[in-house]
Design a protein around this ligand. Structure first.
Ligand code: HSE
Length: 291
């Protein structure tokens, strides 16, 4: 039996659309067990009622992709999925399925793929690397697809930094959330994001949390997506007032993540209250970066 644990991830970190992400201490577990024949898929925890338990399952599909690539054909397969990551909330649930399937299948079939191969294959299945790279490597990762592979570098999360995640009770499917984005953006907005993303990477690398507020601003995706999230701007403002260093949409949403190194309980409380005042039911978790 192969057992793989994959962390949740928060992508973009504000300005780093499709290239910045951080792993969080919330995990999905994939177990893959060879059986004499057939396919059995069991799902427990988050999404257990909605996640497909047949060949449409993303863990299964990712595993099959690896088996085809390395020339391995198991006679039968049992997948046991125990999920903590909420589905379609901007915390990398689909990435965890893809990465879990790829890594588990690679281990079962003899470990022919390198870490680099795993990141590139999983990113090609996902379409972008910003969740995949930290899900595989942990920590904070800067990643881009170039020359047919993923080039990435890991940054150790600054000491004491935690993420307060306010998770609304409605889903936002990444594909739909990406379709909301314009095909072109003004030059000034692109320049705005380049500067912030560069500053954010330097601030995280040097552990200068005082810069996160300015460095997490974004003009490429957040305003279009946040129109679907009642109270979004008020939640951001409340979290900042309560002491958050930087606050942003997590991935494609609808989760909002506030980064902080103190006042965590207060930040969690005001984010939850502000969402509820705007008619959004939500749960709030305080998560450490996954190493
Ligand atoms: N960078 C991606 C996006 C992350 O914002 O669409 C979500 O999977």
């Amino acid at each position: 039996m192969i057992r793989v644990q994959v962390p949740a991830t928060t992508a973009n970190l504000g300005p780093g659309f499709d290239c910045l992400g951080m792993a969080l201490e919330l995990y999905n577990v994939v177990e893959i067990i060879p059986i004499p024949m057939g396919t059995v898929i069991e799902v427990s925890g988050e999404g257990s009622n909605e996640i497909p338990k047949d060949e449409h399952n993303m863990v299964y599909q990712a595993a099959q992709k690896v088996f085809r690539q390395v020339g391995y054909s198991p006679s039968g397969l049992k997948l046991r999925l125990a999920n903590q990551i909420p589905v379609a909330r901007g915390l990398g649930s689909s990435t965890s399925a893809i990465v879990g399937g790829v890594i588990a299948a690679n281990l079962l079939s003899g470990g022919k793929l390198s870490i680099k191969d795993i990141i590139s294959l999983a990113s090609s299945l996902e379409g972008h690397p910003d969740n995949v790279a930290p899900a595989v490597l942990g920590g904070i990762v800067v990643s881009v697809q170039a020359d047919g592979e993923v080039k990435c570098l890991k940054i150790k999360p600054p000491h004491g930094l935690k993420g307060v995640v306010a998770i609304p009770d409605f889903p936002m499917v990444t594909k739909v959330s990406r379709e909301m984005l314009p095909s072109q953006v003004p030059f000034q907005d692109a320049a705005f994001n380049v500067g912030r993303a560069a500053l954010l990477v330097a601030a995280l690398q040097q552990g200068d949390l005082s810069l996160l507020g300015a460095a997490m601003e974004d003009r490429l995706h957040q305003s279009m997506r946040s129109s679907m999230i009642p109270g979004f701007k008020k939640v951001l403002a409340a979290a900042k007032l309560a002491g958050a260093r930087g606050v942003t949409l997590s991935g494609a949403g609808p989760t909002v993540i506030a980064f902080a190194d103190s006042n965590l309980e207060l930040i969690a409380r005001v984010m939850g209250e502000t969402f509820r005042q705007n008619g959004v039911k939500c749960r709030v978790l305080v998560l450490k970066p996954s190493p």
